[in-house]
Design a binder for this molecule. Structure first.
Ligand code: ATP
Length: 246
């Protein structure tokens, strides 16, 4: 198993429990969409799973040394800030830091840059790219780490439609190739279309966990998201469409 959380809970300094008794196992071949409304606990879960927040319970990642963890899991944080005046290529190469220097570094960097369609921007200063281009460069840095597990916090926020679809397809392909991906997402249509499994967080707890068509029921959409929506069955497979507010 690539990631195993057992009874993980987080209580903030103000006494609020923002993650409540979350148990979850994610294995190779899975592309898990972590969904839930604003404040549901998605970022809290992704951070606590890596030991970046004090938590009770356990995570398989926190048992590792920092070096082992960096070779096991790549993390794309929600904040897209790039502080350093580096080229895109150098920024992406930083994803190779957990590995011993080798000839594979250049290949992994080039592969990640190509995967995020950044080849033409590789020599540009990362700080001088558009917001969406910077977001793609940071995804490329996480991809260059070439870890069995990728944790991504709202990876497609701010990307144009083509880049959103390309990124979701890429993550699905990584899963098919035997990696595990867990991504916090707000776009339920894209999540339903590309993820193998959806985990719904609601007020810090797991409210549902399973294949998209089984998870996005009318009752769950109403209770957790306060929306209506439905699956439309097409030649391209089932498509989910949010339709309104409850
Ligand atoms: N540093 C903090 N101190 C206290 N409470 C916090 C802190 N950070 C987040 N919270 C609270 O924890 C809860 C979960 O926040 P979290 O960021 O995990 O939600 P999220 O599901 O990622 O939301 P979003 O979709 O808005 O990014 C929220 O109620 C939030 O107000």
């Amino acid at each position: 198993m690539t990631l195993r959380l057992d009874h993980l809970s987080v209580t903030r300094q103000n006494g609020r429990e923002t993650l409540r008794d979350v148990s979850l196992a994610v294995g190779a071949g899975e592309f898990v969409g972590l969904i839930g409304p604003n404040g549901a606990g998605k970022t809290t879960l992704l951070r606590a799973a890596q030991g970046l927040l004090p938590a009770t319970g356990s995570s398989s990642l926190t048992a590792l040394t920092p070096g082992q963890r960096a070779r096991e899991a790549a993390f794309l944080p929600q904040s897209r800030e790039i502080a350093w005046d580096l080229t895109v290529e150098t920024l992406v190469t930083l994803g190779r830091t957990p590995h011993l220097p080798s000839r594979a570094d250049r290949d992994a960097t080039a592969r990640a840059i190509a995967q995020m369609q950044l080849t033409e921007l590789a020599r540009r200063r990362a700080t001088r790219l558009s917001g969406g281009e910077q977001a793609r460069a940071l995804i490329a840095r996480a991809l260059a780490q070439e870890t069995p597990l990728l944790l991504a916090d709202e990876p497609i926020a701010g990307l144009d439609p083509a880049a959103q679809i390309a990124t979701m397809q890429l993550f699905a392909r990584l899963a098919t190739e035997g990696r595990a991906v867990i991504a916090a997402l707000h776009d339920l249509s894209l999540a339903a279309r590309h993820c193998t499994r959806l985990v719904v967080l609601h007020q810090g707890r797991i409210a549902a966990d399973g294949p998209p068509e089984e998870v996005l029921t009318r009752a769950l959409l109403a209770e957790v998201f306060h929306i209506t929506g439905s699956f439309v069955f097409t030649d391209h497979g089932p498509l989910f469409q949010p339709t309104g507010l409850t």
